[in-house]
Design a protein around this ligand. Sequence first.
Ligand code: PLP
Length: 433
Amino acid sequence: MHEFRYIRNELYCENLKVEDIARKFDTPLYIYSYKTILDHFLKLKKAFRSIAPLICFSVKSNSNLSIIRTLVRHGAGLDVVSGGELFLALKAGCPPRRIVYASVGKTAREIRKAIRLGILFLNVESLPELQNIDRIAKILNKRIRVAIRINPDVSPETHRFITTGKITNKFGVDFEVAYNILRHSHEFSNVDILGLHIHIGSQITESSPFIKAIARVTQFIERLRKEKIRLEYFNIGGGLGIVYDKETPQTAFDFASRVLPILKKTKLRIILEPGRFIVGNAGIFVVRVLYLKHAGRKKFVIVDGAMNDLIRPALYGAYHDILPLKRQWDSGSDNMTEARNRREAIRVARYDVVGPICESSDFFAKGRVLPMLKQGDYLAIMGAGAYGFSMSSNYNSRLRPAEVMIMKNRAFLIRKRETYRDLIRNELIVDYK
Ligand code: PLP
C-alpha cells in the first residue's frame, strides 16, 4: 500500500495534489511519501516483532539523507556498500553499531574507516578480503567483527542482473570455503567472525527462494554448532519484491510467518537488509510532456525526464506504471486498480514514453496504453522510490532532479535540483603548456 491516490480525478500524495507540487518545484521531480516509507518499515518491524531483528535499510536503494535519517531515528540500522554510503550513514546520525557493510571490493581506505568506527559488521566476500581486513586491523591495533557472506546457490525468479545468490554470481563464498575459514578463524588474530550473511537477489516476490537459502544456511549453522564454532548473528539480506505491475508479492507478514520458524531455530540475532520494500512504492517520478511525435504508426511521447534520472527501464527492461496526474474521467471511485481497469472506457493511445537522451534505450515504457496526451501534461512514473534517484547520473550533461518529501499537507525539498555549476564543480581546465 502507498499514499498516492486519485481524489476527484487528481493524483494526490498524502494530502497534497501532485500537480501543485510539480508546479511549485518544477519537473522532472522525485516525490516521496513520508507516511508510506515509515509504514513499510514499521510493517516489517511488526511482522518480525517476536525476534526483534536489526532492520538495516539498504542505502543503495535510496541514499537521500532525509530518508535514511528518518529511518535511523525510528530504530533502523543501515546496510552500506561503499565508503560514500558509510559517510552518508554517519551524516544521517546512524550509530556505527547499527551499520553493516557488504561489497566484493572494499578498498584498504574503506576497511580502515570501518574498523576505526567499529561498525557492527564487515560482511566479507572472499578469503583475500578477510586476510586484508585482518592485516589492516592488526596495523590499527583494533579488533573488528566480521560476517561471512555465503553464496547459497539458489536462483530466485527475478531479472538476471539482480540475482546475487547463484554460485555463478560474484558475491560471497560457498559453504566449503566458509567452513574452512571458520575452522581456521584463530589464524585471523584481529578479526571476530561472528556472523553469516546472505543476500540472494532483489525484487523476489515469493518466499520459497528465501526459505531454500535460509534453510541451507541453518543446516550449516547446525554443522558449525556441532563443532563448537560460535556465531552470534545471521543476516538474511534484503530482496523482498514489491508491486510494479501485476505482481502479487508476499506481504511482510506472510514472509515473516514462513521464515520465522526456521530463523528461531538458529538462536542467532537476525539482521534484515530491505531497500526496495521500504522505499520502492513510496516514491514517484513526475515528468512533463514536451512533445508528441508520430512516426508512421508509432506514437512517441517525449517527456522532460530521462534514463539518466530513472534508469531501471533501460537497464532491466523494468516495468513502471505511468499515470496522468489529471484523470480525464470520473470513475466514481478513487481506487487505483478500478481506475486502471476503466482505461478502455476513455480515449486512449499506445505510446512509447521516451526521454530526450541520445540513446534508443532512453525510454520509460514502450507501446503503453495511456489516455490521449497533449503537450504540457504531467505524468507520474510510479514505484520510483527505490533504485531511482540513487542510480541517476549526469549523462548528456543533464542536471539531476530535485527530490521532495511529502508529509501530510506539507512539502519539504530534500534535495535541490542541480545547476549547471554543479556539472563542472570538479573540473579543471588545463592549458597543456
Ligand atoms: N543487501 C545487499 C547486500 C544488497 O546487495 C542489496 C541490493 O542489491 C540489498 C540488501 C537490498 O535489496 P532490496 O532493495 O531488493 O531489498
